[in-house]
Design a protein around this ligand. Structure first.
Ligand code: NAD
Length: 498
């Protein structure tokens, strides 16, 4: 049962989602966890409980996979849907998100500590667009005719869904990551068992109900909130799951890859990052600083592709640090539902302590820590925007993912050095550069080892553009046609004509 209601006025549908009995969503209906286990959901902006969620265990994951397997039976309603009908259902799910966009944004603010405007413009907008984009795909998934060198024999390929897909996601983009995982899986014809982060289960549970209203047959989409070492591990180990798509930390991703290999599951891993962002002396400096500050301070730095290593050409280094601090000082910090706020909290107290630890150790290591902005009083998991100068590449703060509003500024002299140092990272999720030179742009985009490279901008995604990492940032891609490939088998059909 719901606990404390926040003092702010909420949309009635949001209030009713918060007040709902704790539940999972399996086979088209709300269910309690078999163990009866629950967990409070906290508003990161106040630190107060706002709802209670059910926590799935292995038995619930079994139920969810069984429901998904039934939905994948060749005679099921789902398998008999034509590609156009499947596309229409996906499109209707996208439209259902748009129709409730403001309420979804409000729910994301309360669940994940977002800021209302950004939640509406980014999380909700791009979740809806992802369903619309993949709604166009089912009728375009096709095989080929194969020019084999055997007279009288015809060979064609057919593309088939791999089977039940499992998805496990992080807390930083609850609704958006849900769309990134669900939409391509459903477009390919795979039923889904989705485990949101234990921190942020609310929007996925709502979306699953809306998907059924939009025409998705029961059992095709199941949501099992719960802890990683229980519901998550059960999903990874389940023999009925053929494909796993994971977004989260590199440490957990490695473990999932190991565990899933026993059953030779297909695995896509979207993991952490320590993205390099490079400002050259010939860049439009105001645009570069505004874009770089926006990139690192947006969602309080809790973005996987956050440009947390900022390389700046030496002669503009001090000016960039000053301008970054001015950008940080101009941020209005507070609860994401309050007017004018553009910088919200971290997700929980543990994350605040983790970020604080990194910054304190950077100071002990000899770096210069600058902080700006005024933190609100009266609860919530806030940490100020932070600029670290005077660090070296080998310091912890310049190597490890901090996952908070902390940028390390490092001077460089020339392009070759910038590329070499940018690439000297375990990660390879995103990289970026700011320059007025086409030659520099071409040389650097070729040199940088990252799944996404931004030039004179930072942070946009689009459902048509593949997203993922090199090296310890993972493998496989979300979004675009690449993501669909992960949910499809290729079958070669040989016909002998006698
Ligand atoms: P996390 O790895 O702690 O948890 C992610 C998910 O994995 C959660 O749902 C959790 O319950 C589950 N989990 C934990 N242990 C598990 C286990 N043993 N088996 C199965 N599931 C398990 O990550 P987090 O703290 O929630 O999120 C932050 C991390 O996510 C950062 O490293 C960030 O860079 C990364 N991230 C990456 C992307 C991307 O697209 N590359 C996007 C968002 C976040």
């Amino acid at each position: 049962m719901s606990t404390t209601t926040p003092a702010r006025d909420l949309a009635p549908v949001v209030a009713s989602r918060l007040a709902a009995e704790p539940h999972l969503f399996i086979d088209g209906e709300r269910r309690e966890a078999r163990s009866g286990r629950t967990r409070p959901v906290l508003d990161p902006g106040t630190g107060e409980p706002i709802a209670t969620t059910a926590c799935a265990g292995a038995a619930d994951v079994d139920d969810a996979v069984a429901a998904a397997a039934r939905a994948f039976d060749p005679a099921s309603e789902w398998r008999r849907m034509t590609p156009l009908e499947r596309g229409r259902v996906l499109t209707r799910i996208g439209e259902a998100i748009y129709a409730r966009a403001d309420s979804f944004a409000e729910l994301e603010v309360l669940d994940a500590g977002k800021v209302r405007g950004a939640a509406r413009a980014i999380d909700v907008e791009f979740a809806a667009r992802t369903f619309l984009y993949y709604g166009g795909w089912p009728s375009k998934i096709q095989g080929t005719t194969v020019p084999v060198s055997h007279p009288g024999i015809h060979v064609r390929t057919e593309r088939e869904p791999v089977g039940v897909a499992g998805a496990i996601t992080a807390w930083n983009f609850p609704l958006l990551l849900c769309a990134w995982k669900m939409a391509p899986a459903l477009a390919a014809g795979c039923p889904v068992v989705f485990k949101p982060s234990e921190e942020t289960p609310l929007s996925a549970l709502w979306l699953a109900e809306l998907a059924v209203e939009a025409g998705l047959p029961p059992g095709v989409l199941n949501v099992v909130p719960g802890y990683g070492d229980e519901a998550g591990q059960a999903l990874v180990a389940h023999a009925g799951v053929r494909k796993l798509s994971f977004t989260g930390s590199t440490a957990v991703g490695r473990r999932i890859a190991r565990d899933a290999s026993d059953l030779l599951k297909r695995v896509t891993l979207e993991l952490g990052g320590k993205s390099a962002n490079i400002i050259f002396g010939d860049a439009d400096l105001d645009a570069a600083v505004a874009g770089s500050a926006g990139g690192i301070f947006w969602h309080s730095g809790q973005t996987c592709s956050a440009p947390s290593r900022l390389f700046v050409q030496r002669d503009i280094h001090d000016e960039v640090v000053d301008k970054l601090l001015a950008e940080a000082a101009a941020l209005s910090i507070g609860h994401g539902l309050d007017a004018g706020v553009d910088f919200g909290p971290l997700v929980n107290e543990r994350q605040v302590e983790r970020v604080r630890g990194y910054v304190d150790r950077a100071a002990t290591d000899g770096a210069k820590v600058h902080q700006a902005g005024e933190l609100p009083t009266g609860g919530g998991f806030f940490y100020p925007p932070t600029v670290i100068a005077g660090a070296t590449d080998d310091m912890e703060c310049a190597r490890e993912e901090i996952f908070g509003p902390v940028v390390v500024v490092l001077p460089f002299d020339d392009a070759e050095e910038a590329a070499r140092r940018a690439n000297a990272s375990d990660y390879g999720l995103a990289a970026g550069l700011w320059t007025g030179s086409v030659a520099t742009e071409h040389a650097m985009t070729r040199a940088l080892r990252a799944g996404t490279v931004y030039v004179n901008g930072w942070g946009l995604t689009d459902p048509a553009a593949p997203f993922g990492g090199f090296a310890q940032s993972g493998y496989g891609r979300d979004l675009g046609p690449d993501s669909l490939d992960g949910y499809l088998e290729t079958k070669s059909v040989w016909t002998f004509h006698g």
